[in-house]
Design a protein. Structure first.
Length: 168
């Protein structure tokens, strides 16, 4: 039988065990805190976080996808025109105030984004006019505005579109 070993009451054993346990727990906690966010943490420090996309920016992204599916085949993949009028580059005649003399569908002026949205929701796409949801038409117009250098700090809807003038 072996002689008596160290006893648990021995302060050197308890201290070493306590220190090792504390180091292990602290190390695990430190590693976990690097990879986990605390949902109750203060959200005021945004220096290391990417800014959230604005509602308008989200509309623009949705509008681009809709444009590629429903509009690009006539208006060009970049809105440069083709079988249908140019929609991008105001300096080159996109979204003119007055409809072209040769216009087959448009007869109203485009003073505001609301005018464009109203026209599109009534007449486009040419093969299925009015077939998109209202929010899809506003997303399309948001995309066109953005492509023409016009942004907004709020979502494009009937009210905001009516007050957003197309610069001339």
């Amino acid at each position: 039988m072996a002689g008596p070993g160290p006893r648990l009451e021995d302060p050197s054993i308890v201290t070493a065990t306590t220190v090792i346990s504390w180091l292990a727990v602290s190390s695990i906690a430190a590693v976990l805190s690097l990879g986990c966010g605390d949902s109750a943490s203060d959200d005021s420090d945004t220096s290391t976080r990417e800014p959230e996309a604005s509602a308008f920016t989200e509309q623009v992204i949705a509008g681009k996808n809709l444009f590629m599916r429903h509009c690009a085949h006539c208006h060009g993949s970049n809105g440069e025109g083709g079988d249908a009028p140019r929609l991008v580059d105001l300096s080159r005649g996109a979204l003119p105030l007055e409809p072209a003399a040769s216009a087959r569908v448009r007869s109203d002026e485009f003073r505001t984004a609301g005018d464009v949205a109203d026209f599109a929701s009534t007449n486009m796409p040419i093969d299925a006019p009015g077939s998109l949801a209202s929010d899809e038409y506003y997303a399309l117009v948001a995309f066109l505005l953005d492509e023409n250098g016009i942004t907004s700090d709020r979502v494009l809807d009937a009210d905001s579109a009516a007050s957003l003038k197309i610069p001339r």
